[in-house]
Design a protein around this ligand. Structure first.
Ligand code: HEC
Length: 92
C-alpha cells in the first residue's frame, strides 16, 4: 500500500514538475537527506514520521537546518529546505 502511494506521489511530482521547481520528495533525495533519514525508519537521524509526529513548526525547522546548529549542515536553498521540511511534516 505504502509503496503504491509513493509511486503515485512521485508520478504527480513529475507531472507537476513544470509548475513547481522541485518537490520536497525530490529535495530529500537530491540533497542527501535520505543518507541520514528514512520516512519510517531511524537511521543516523530520526525517521521523518517521527519528526512529523513531534514537530509541527515548519519555519523553525527550516531555520534550524539552514543555520546548521544542532543539525548537520545541509547545502540547500531556502526554497529547497522549505519544500523538504514540508514533505517531512507531510509524512505523519
Ligand atoms: C549527516 C546526517 C544528516 C543529514 C545529511 C540530514 N540530517 Fe536531518 N537530522 C540528522 C540528525 C542526527 C538529526 C537529529 C538531531 C537533530 O534534531 O538535529 C536530524 C534531525 C532532523 C530534523 C528534526 C529536527 C528537530 O528539531 O527535531 C529534521 C526536520 C531534519 N533532520 C530534516 C533533514 C532534511 C530536510 C535534510 C536534507 C536537507 C536532512 N535532515 C539531512 C542527521 C542528518
Amino acid at each position: 500500500m505504502k509503496a503504491i502511494r509513493f509511486v503515485v506521489a512521485v508520478g504527480c511530482a513529475l507531472a507537476a514538475g513544470s509548475v513547481f521547481a522541485q518537490s520536497g520528495a525530490d529535495v530529500v533525495k537530491s540533497k542527501g537527506c535520505l543518507n541520514c533519514h528514512a520516512v519510517d525508519a531511524k537511521k543516523v537521524g530520526p525517521s521523518f514520521k517521527d519528526i512529523a509526529a513531534k514537530k509541527g513548526d515548519q519555519a523553525a525547522l527550516v531555520a534550524k537546518l539552514k543555520d546548521g546548529k544542532g543539525h548537520p549542515k545541509v547545502a540547500a536553498s531556502d526554497a529547497e529546505l522549505k519544500a523538504a521540511v514540508g514533505y517531512v511534516l507531510s509524512t505523519k
